[in-house]
Design a binder for this molecule. Sequence first.
Ligand SMILES: NC(=O)c1ccc[n+]([C@@H]2O[C@H](COP(=O)([O-])OP(=O)(O)OC[C@H]3O[C@@H](n4cnc5c(N)ncnc54)[C@H](O)[C@@H]3O)[C@@H](O)[C@H]2O)c1
Length: 397
Amino acid sequence: MSIFTEQTSFEKAVSVSSSSRHTGKTVLVTGGASGIGRHVAMRYVQSGARVVVGDLNVLGCRQTVRSCAELNATGACFTPDESCNVTSKSSTLNLFNFAKSVFEGNPPDIVVANAGVSEVGHLDDDIVLENDIGHYPKEPRKTTLEVNLAGAILTAGIAQEMWAKAPLDGLHSQASRQRKLILISSMGGWEGIPMAALYSMAKHGLMGYWVALSAQLTKMPTKPFSCHAICPFFAATSILDTAILLALAGIPKTTPDDIAAAIEAVGMDSPSATQSDDTAVLLPDDRVPLVIRAQDFDPVSGDIYSNLAIMLNQRQPRPDQAEYRSTTVEDIRKALSHNKQFHPLQLVICAGGVLHVLNLLRIAHRSSMLQNLVFGFLQAALVSLVLAVVPKAKAAR
Ligand SMILES: NC(=O)c1ccc[n+]([C@@H]2O[C@H](COP(=O)([O-])OP(=O)(O)OC[C@H]3O[C@@H](n4cnc5c(N)ncnc54)[C@H](O)[C@@H]3O)[C@@H](O)[C@H]2O)c1
C-alpha cells in the first residue's frame, strides 16, 4: 500500500462554500506581496479569517490588502507600513508584533512561512562547469539558503516562541483554535532540480526540519501545534522567469490558487491534534494533491522515494496530441504576457534551444511520438510567435 494518498478531500474542501470555516482564525503570511502568498491571503480572507501579510515589497502587500478587500468577504487583510525581511530577526519580529497588535494581543493561529527566491540566472553558480575550472573553490551564493531555508526557520522559530509564551489552554478554551505552522517547500524538496542545486538544497532542508520538528512534537504531552510542508511543482508566479516558463510549456503544472487551496485546507482544525496531523502535501501537477504523514516519512523502512516514484509514474500525463499542443500554445502565450519586460530575443534563444534538444531526441529515438512532439512544438511556437508579433506590429502602425 502506498504511503502517499491522493487527497480528494482538499478538492471537496475548496469546492464547498467556505465563507466561514476560518471565522475567528488569525493568519500570518510571509512573502504575501505576490504569487502564492497573495492567493493564500485571499483564500483565508474568503473563508472568514483575519490575515497579516509581510514582504520586502510593501507596495505588493498593499495590493494584496486591496485584492482581499475586493472579495467583500467576512475576513480581512492587514499589512504594516514597513517592509519585512525574513532574513532579519528584528524585521520578522516586527511583523509578528504588528500581527499581535491587530489580533488583540494574541499570536497568529496559523503561520505560513512562504517568502522565497529562486535566484534565476545564478542557479549554475554552484556547479563547476568546464570553463570555470580554476575559479574554484569559491564561496557558495547564500541568498537562496538565507531566504528559503534560514528565513523560513526564523519565521517558524518566532511563531513557536510566541505560542510557547501564550499556551493555547490558557488563552482559548475552544478546541477550534488549533495552531498550525505551514512551511512552503517544493517538489524540489523531494528531487534535485537541474541548475537549481541551492534551491533544491534549501527545500530539502525544509523537509528535514519539518520531519524532525514533527518527531519532536509527538514527544510532548500536549501537542502545541501541528506542522505541514507544502511541496508544489512549478506554478506561474514572478519567481519563475520567462525562459523557465517557456521551457515548461505544455507540461501540466499546478496553479498559485491550487497551492493556496491546499495551504488553506491544512489550516483547518482536525478532530484531535496528533502526529498524523503533520503532513506534507505534494502538488506535482494539475491533479489532486498527494499527501504523506510525517510519521510515514521513513526513507529506509518506508521506501519513501520509490513509493513516490510509483505514484508519480501512475499520474504521468498522456494527453492526446491536440490537447498537448493547445496547452503548449496557451502556456507560451501566458509566458509571454507574464513578463512585461520580455525581450523577443529570449523567445528566439529559448525556442531554438528547445527545438535543438527535441531534434537531438528525435534523432536518437526516431519514435513517432517524439516526431509528433517536435511537430506539435513547432506548430505551437509558430502560433505563439504570430500571437506575440501580430498585436505588436498592429500597435506599431
Ligand atoms: N512558483 C513556483 O513554481 C513554486 C514552486 C514551489 C515552491 N514555491 C515556493 O513558494 C513560495 C512563494 O513563491 P511564489 O512562487 O509565490 O513567488 P513570488 O516571487 O511571487 O513570491 C515570493 C515573495 O517572497 C518575497 N520575498 C523574497 N525574499 C524575501 C525576504 N527576504 N523577506 C520577505 N519577503 C521576501 C518576494 O518579495 C515575493 O513577494 C516560495 O517559497 C517558493 O520557493 C514556488
